[in-house]
Design a protein around this ligand. Structure first.
Ligand code: TMP
Ligand code: ASP
Length: 253
């Protein structure tokens, strides 16, 4: 059997060439990193949960007409996706102050923002993904004005969708990060949601207790990360409703 070609290995995923041109396979690892990989661990079951949760969110987005790279889940750790040119930005949407925004502006974590605030970071691990303005993005040609209009619209649609889905299961969507990619269709190009949407890239707080159900559990040493992600999956119906948090998840197909 021929070995498939690895395109890229990131901190939480490996990308392989897909079975057909224009496709890739995303493999979800169990590795967890924080603070630009200064803190690292292997969390058994995390990759399986994120594969399934990202499938759940991307499928839901497609159902409401938000284009994504997701094609289908292949197995417990892999999904088939459309290949795209990743725009070198991390697009963050915040509904409540937390994390770097709270640190930067001295706003108490959990403070509701007057409206969703979208911010952009330049995707460069060596630089620690620095916050940039639209002026930088235009001047350095990372994205055009049309791209930025489309990115803002995608980000806000994802925010509305995810906020609603989470609200329905008693979880507050504090903030999240997405990545966007460019695909070409004949003479046209368009932008689609790419990468992953999972508790690795969101802040999710239980609405009643404020309990953190996202990667902050790992960043801040608040308990077992796989248990937190299992709880999110269970509430969304990705795991059986009556499942208790488990570290080796058995998933519904
Ligand atoms: P921040 O408050 O640390 O800037 O994070 C904002 C959101 O972006 C939060 O939901 C976590 C997510 N995020 C990532 O997905 N990748 C990253 O590298 C960082 C720093 C944050
Ligand atoms: N993903 C980043 C890292 O590994 C940062 C983070 O999510 O906190 O290091």
């Amino acid at each position: 059997m021929a070995r498939r070609k690895k395109i890229y290995e990131g901190k939480a995923k490996i990308l392989y060439e897909g079975p057909e041109p224009g496709t890739i396979v995303q493999y979800f690892k169990d590795d967890a990193t924080a603070f630009n990989a200064q803190k690292k661990d292997v969390i058994e079951g995390k990759g399986v949960l994120n594969n399934r949760l990202s499938e759940y969110f991307m499928t839901g987005l497609a159902q409401i007409g938000v284009p994504t790279h997701f094609i289908k889940r292949i197995n417990m750790r892999e999904q088939l996706c459309r290949s795209c040119e990743i725009i070198p930005l991390e697009i963050i949407v915040r509904n409540y102050a937390a994390g770097s925004m709270s640190t930067r502006l001295g706003i108490e974590e959990g403070t509701q923002l007057p409206r969703p605030i979208v911010e952009y970071c330049y995707k460069d691990d060596a630089l620690g993904d620095p916050l940039v303005t639209e002026e930088y993005i235009a001047a350095f040609g990372w994205a055009s004005q049309q791209d930025m209009d489309d990115i803002l619209s995608l980000a806000l649609r994802v925010n509305d969708f995810l906020s609603g889905v989470m609200f329905a299961v008693g979880i507050k969507l504090v903030d999240f990060k997405i990545e966007v990619g460019r695909v070409y269709e004949g003479d046209f190009q368009r932008l689609i949601v790419a990468d992953e949407i999972s508790p690795d890239s969101c802040r999710l707080w239980d609405m009643e207790t404020g309990q953190k159900l996202d990667k902050d559990v790992f960043r801040r040493d608040l308990g077992n990360l796989a248990d937190a992600y299992t709880e999110v999956a269970r509430r969304l119906g990705v795991l059986p409703k009556n499942a208790s948090p488990i570290t080796k998840p058995t998933l519904i197909n």
